[in-house]
Ligand binder design. Structure first.
Ligand code: ASP
Length: 346
């Protein structure tokens, strides 16, 4: 396999250098990548780059960017051995989650990476992240990709994309995957965690299901929260899904007024997905009295899914299905490695 790797540059800190004339930070021309990162000349395969027409800070990411990334990847799929997506760190966990749900039958690596310091800065973490991401995107063993998944490479670790959360706005270790092991650790060698990588057979040709229904909301509950907040959200015209970030193992107030508002929202056909505010561990509805009521009312457990993955999964499932039973079924089960099978008994 000596096909090239394709780098897709969307924006974010990693692509910034100081303008030689003005000194201001400006986006880097990826056609000149070998000048900025000469180490990539050492690879025994070539690297192409594709810069999106509009370079953005990832705070401006919208589902249309995910759709465009899927288009570029699927249309160029046969020409490349793997893909590296350079992306701002702020919403990288959302974008990697979104692509994991949109892309079907993926057999090649899609490695997201970025950096905390611009690639043009002396102490940048961008060069190491970029070089390791390229190496992983290119890694094949007996003709098969070593990591046929959407993943995030950051701070010498490779994570499953839909398991990650940005945890630090300062450190080079900006991401963590609390509920799933790392797919690889990058030291002197790259140590792949083969047992954690998804090698399940992909039955068909790669494709993308890119529709997203953004009629969702996320509500993090807190002591003292006014019930009118829930009421206002439930009355948003067209709202179809609500991610409720609950305490601990999926607990919420037992207050009747709160529970009645939850029931009213469910009766309107709004799907409520229970996700924990904790970084690690899982929702276990029914374990405490405080979550039994939610379970009885018809709230769906997100088990150990991250909020980022829950939001992208909900947008994707709501766009694909109209039948409530189907929506509830797919939200509750693991579809792309985003939920640990041990929590759902399969
Ligand atoms: N605000 C930037 C972004 O997410 C931060 C970064 O690139 O790390 O695009």
């Amino acid at each position: 396999m000596n096909k090239p790797v394709l780098i897709i540059y969307t924006g974010g800190t990693i692509g910034m250098i100081n303008d030689p004339v003005t000194g201001a930070l400006c986006p880097f021309d990826f056609d000149q990548i070998a000048k900025e990162v000469p180490e990539i000349r050492e690879f025994d395969f070539s690297i192409d780059s594709h810069t999106l027409p509009e370079i953005i800070d990832s705070s401006d990411v919208q589902p249309r960017l995910w759709k465009e990334l899927c288009r570029i990847i699927t249309e160029n799929y046969d020409r490349y051995r793997g893909f590296v997506v350079l992306h701002g760190t702020d919403t990288m966990a959302y974008s990697a989650s979104a692509l994991s749900f949109m892309l079907q039958n993926l057999t090649k690596p899609v490695v997201f990476t970025g950096s905390q310091l611009p690639i043009g800065k002396r102490r940048t973490d961008g060069k190491e992240n970029l070089i390791a991401a390229i190496e992983i995107a290119a890694a094949y063993d007996e003709g098969k990709a070593v990591v046929p998944e959407v993943c995030i490479l950051f701070g010498a670790k490779l994570f499953r994309g839909n398991r990650t959360t940005k945890i630090n706005a300062e450190s080079f270790d900006a991401f963590q995957s609390f509920n799933y092991p790392e797919l690889a650790n990058i030291g002197i060698h790259i140590h792949y965690n083969y047992g954690a990588i998804d090698y399940a057979p992909r039955p068909g040709k790669v494709s993308a299901c890119t529709e997203m229904d953004t009629n969702i909301a996320i509500l993090k509950i807190f002591p003292g929260m006014r019930v009118e907040i829930l009421d206002a959200i439930a009355n948003i015209p067209g709202l179809r899904g609500l991610i409720l970030e609950t305490y601990g193992s999926g607990n919420a107030p037992t207050d009747k007024v709160f529970l009645n508002k939850i029931k009213e929202a469910l009766n309107k056909g709004i799907v409520i997905y229970n996700v924990t505010q904790c970084q690690g561990g899982s929702v276990e509805m029914g374990r405490y009295e405080t979550s039994r009521e939610l379970l009885n009312a018809g709230v769906i457990s997100g088990h150990d899914i991250t909020t980022e993955a829950a939001a992208c999964k909900m947008m994707s499932i709501l766009a694909r299905y109209t039948n409530l039973a189907d929506i509830q079924k797919y939200l509750n089960i693991n579809i792309r490695g985003e939920i640990s099978p041990k929590y759902i008994g399969c």
